[in-house]
Design a protein around this ligand. Sequence first.
Ligand SMILES: N[C@@H](Cc1c[nH]c[nH+]1)C(=O)O
Length: 403
Amino acid sequence: MVYQPAAGARDLLPLDVEKKRWIEDRLQQVFDRWGYHRIITSTLERMDTLMAGEAIQRQMVIQLQNGEDDELGLRPELTASIARTVVTRMANATYPQRLYYNANVFRRTWESRHNRQQEFYQAGVELLGAGGLLANAEVLLLVADCLAALGLRGWHLILGEAGITRSLLSAFPANLQDQVRSAIAHLDRITIDSLPLSDKLRDRARIIMDLRGPGADVLQKVSSLDLDEEQREAVNNLKSLVELLESEKKFPLILDLSLIQTIDYYTGIVFEVVNDTESQARVLGRGGRYDQLLGLYHPQGENIPGIGFGLNIEDLYQVLLCTQQLPQVTPASNWLVVPEIANANAAAFAYAQKLRDSTHLVRVEIDLGGRDADAIRQYARDRGIAQIAWIKADGSPKIEPLR
Ligand SMILES: N[C@@H](Cc1c[nH]c[nH+]1)C(=O)O
């Protein structure tokens, strides 16, 4: 019998880990530079935490049976967990809080395709306690800086506004809203044509579907709809953000007021980072503003605004594989330290430790015995090790460079 990982789970071997770390280290450096601090929350959460406000559907979560009454699940994303942690565990926190994470998430794939991946890695940020133009711009420019740090160039941002989209949809009869919403999200004109809608509403659905393209065009189209006070304000805010981002010229931007996310806690801007370098568009990450989520967990129901994003490490990895930037091999040791006779064992460990204690990273292996000098040399060459230190009984080393 061969033991396999669970369906949809994956093992990462040392070279995979090296590549993943290459990506994660660069992202973490960017997060650090922007003043964000890492937070680690539990992989396991109570189902009521994960699904608070019904933003996340139960069918997305891999549930666990633990024989007790608590319903538990593996987190399908981090934002809800971070919101819970901050308002329940960081009561004295001052705002804004800038937090980042780098963690695994689990999503149940209900299409029964064999071995569909269910465990993923995400790195992202949450900026809590700040609404408004600057906070929105910070998070979007931070996304751009992350992709620049990875050397990724061909990508664009799709920017929507969940509040505006939701209120445009509220004009539709309650029993049809879900269908209209899903048809718009999938650009499904046939469904819109076949739903029992008045001509006015059908036109409205078609207009919403067409609210995507260059910022100025879309903003003009949406302004031509009859908007109420609140919608007008949201459109103006969006306009200021688009102007600011376009003046920065960091990335191509598509405005899309039909953009609807599967996770439903968003109240303001929503966005997707889309790669352009493959034949099929690949979403590298997504995020948005959620100004009601923290209130769901807050002991006094206090609302604290938030915005953030998560980048998909696997998708970044796939795109970066083609650019030849990721490490191609695991790093070789710098030294192999060999006790020449049993009397030299302690001296060999001491010598190896002296090498390791260097201020920069020096990788040092001890030879574990059981082979002759030629076999040791062969091993060192095969592993790309640069130098051998042969340690004599009196502790003195004889250095043999191999290249
Ligand atoms: N947690 C979201 C991304 C996000 C972070 N912050 C806001 N949104 C996701 O996994 O899709």
